[in-house]
Design a protein around this ligand. Structure first.
Ligand code: VG1
Ligand code: CO
Length: 565
């Protein structure tokens, strides 16, 4: 049937500014008349002429409102001259899978990812829309800024109201429409096959299968993989159960994606993944536990009896052992990178192995240029993000497969691998305090206070003492970054207070929340010799100094953080 597009008049909404990773708001906000339409049209407006005849990938973590949003995207894309949409069945695609699809299909312009990641889902919670560019990575600031500028001045959007989308994404297959005299194709694809094929190229699946199943000589390595009701469920089933022979009853849990994540907070850390931590702690048969966030780009690794691996250490250990993974054997290893607040453990590995090293602002988008230029192989963030240049997003399942490869190769437990690493490199004790949903004004005032304080004459060189430990400030600034590839500048990325012994305090405001302000305080304390102590004990003096310097309690009235990771 020949269809025609129409133009619908609209007016701008305030605050459609993409944050650290896309636009995130309450579902109710996205449901407001024209709200989602405006943002989607603004993406196309920002892309300009490139939209004509283009192909885009669309999918997300399946959270509440995904299907409605996809229907809106289909109609608006068809009316804006997009030639083809590649959509995951039922709208399901993990964030890493979107990145992989964009990269592996010839001539794809980009992708629209429907997720608010680790933020809770369901009608009362969050939804999100993120645009990824042709390298498969999150849009850089220049593109996000252009989208935001269009949201501020939008007056109309184009859509094809008669295009029937009902049940369209439920079944695999290709449908061709005729819109305004042009062909418009919707291809609904299997959510997992492209991604699983990529993992099979990167890792040695037969070896990993032997690890998980065990042999006559070596007992099965017992994993517990927790998808936290998020999108990774379908990938975990395909990879761990079907390919690697893990038990569907004992080795995986919460692997059916739910649109409200079962009312949990799908964030893999010791607080929100407590169920997994408890199971692994109580059942000594488990050798490794892992969890992912809603959209599958984050990971948490724990060893036997819930021995916790910080994401900082996870990155450093992987950096030190990449040679056992076929992908890196073939491609070689260039540089390493971490986000600024991430503890400096990987820095020492880079130095020892003679690799290039980069420190970038928070957010995966800052790694993309370095990877495209062939200067970055592995990178990570303290926020449970780890990944490599196989795609341009962090990748939760990849991280677990990488860990299993290291374990298989070294034939050591998670805990022993960590202890060996610390003996060699020393240890960065690390913790992050999150104060969620603070008053925005109070949070901003605290940041202004910090700005002033670090600019004062006597601050550098000053010593702070708490519980008998002293730290002397060697440098303090508001972090800014110049991209070495395109020279773009990102300013005001967080207050850094660096101490003479290599310890650090970082303060920044979150860019992923949907209401109020979240203050994050990052505490990183390096010890060369004393590597086997309790992290929270070791960090106590620096935490106290961090609270004193910022006067956080005075500004926010908060006695304690909402989450400690
Ligand atoms: C947080 C993390 C950051 C991460 C971002 C997106 O951002 O700190 O490291 O890249 O979430 O992750 P912020 O601005 O709230 O600190 V995800 O898995 O939510 O896409
Ligand atoms: Co995520």
């Amino acid at each position: 049937m020949a269809l025609s597009s129409v133009v619908v008049a609209t007016t701008p909404f305030e605050g459609q500014k993409p944050g650290t990773s896309g636009l995130r708001k309450k579902v109710k906000v996205f449901m407001e008349k024209h709200y989602t339409e405006n943002f989607v049209q603004s993406i196309f407006n920002a892309l300009g002429d490139k939209v004509q005849g283009s192909t885009l990938v669309v999918g997300g973590d399946g959270r509440y409102f995904s299907k409605q949003a996809i229907n809106i995207i289909i109609r608006i894309a068809s009316a804006n001259g997009v030639a083809k949409l590649i959509i995951g069945q039922l709208g399901i695609l993990s964030t890493p899978a979107v990145s992989s699809l964009i990269r592996s299909h010839q001539g794809v312009l980009g992708g629209i990812v429907l997720t608010a990641s680790h933020n809770p889902g369901g009608i009362r919670n969050d939804f999100g829309i993120k645009y990824n560019i042709e390298n498969g990575g999150p849009a850089p600031d220049s593109v996000s800024d252009a989208i935001y500028e269009h949201t501020k001045k939008i007056t109309e959007y184009r859509t094809t109201p008669k295009l029937e989308t009902d049940r369209l994404i439920d079944v695999l297959g290709t449908t061709t429409y005729n819109v305004d005299g042009r062909d418009f194709v919707v291809e609904v694809i299997d959510s997992t096959s492209n991604y699983v094929a990529l993992m099979k190229e990167i890792f040695d699946f037969p070896k990993l299968r032997t690890l998980i199943r065990g042999t006559e000589k070596r007992p099965a390595f017992n994993v517990l993989i927790d998808s936290m009701n998020g999108v990774t469920g379908v990938y975990v089933r395909h990879i761990f159960v079907e390919e690697l022979g893990a038990s569907p009853d004992h080795n995986v849990c919460r692997i059916v994606p739910l649109d409200n994540f079962g009312e949990i907070h799908p964030d893999p850390n010791l607080t929100y993944a407590k169920d997994l931590v408890d199971k692994v702690r109580e059942n000594e048969d488990y050798d490794l536990g892992a969890a992912f966030d809603g959209d599958g780009d984050r990971n948490m690794i724990i060893g036997k009896r819930a021995f916790f691996v910080t994401p900082n250490d996870s990155l450093a250990v992987l950096a030190n052992n990449l040679g056992c993974i076929p992908y890196f054997q073939k491609k070689g290893v260039t540089g390493f990178a971490r986000s600024m607040p991430t503890a400096a453990a990987v820095d020492r590995v880079a130095a020892k192995l003679g690799k290039e090293f980069f420190e970038v602002p928070t957010g995966w988008k800052y790694f993309g240029n370095l990877m495209d230029a062939g200067r970055l192989s592995l990178c990570g963030e303290e926020s449970f993000g780890t990944g490599s240049d196989h795609i341009r997003e962090k990748d939760g399942i990849w991280a677990v497969l990488a860990w299993l490869s290291v374990i298989e190769h070294k034939n050591m437990s998670v805990e022993d691998i960590l202890k060996e690493h610390w003996q060699t490199y020393g240890r960065n004790y690390f913790t992050r305090y999150d104060y969620e949903e603070c008053e925005s004004d109070a949070a901003n005032e605290m940041m202004v206070h910090l700005e002033r304080l670090i600019a004062s004459d006597s601050f550098v060189g000053k010593s702070f003492t708490s519980s008998g430990k002293s730290y002397t400030v060697s440098k303090a600034d508001n972090f800014s970054y110049v991209d070495p590839i395109d020279n773009s500048v990102a300013k005001n990325q967080g207050i850094r207070v660096l101490f003479e012994d290599g310890s650090r305090l970082i303060y920044r405001l979150s860019g992923t929340g949907s209401s109020g302000a979240t203050i994050r305080v990052y505490i990183d304390s390096y010890e060369k010799e004393n590597v086997l102590s309790e992290a929270q004990d070791m960090l106590k003096p620096l935490v106290e100094i961090g609270l004193e310097i910022s006067q956080l309690k005075k500004f926010t009235g908060r006695e304690a953080p909402t989450v400690i990771t």
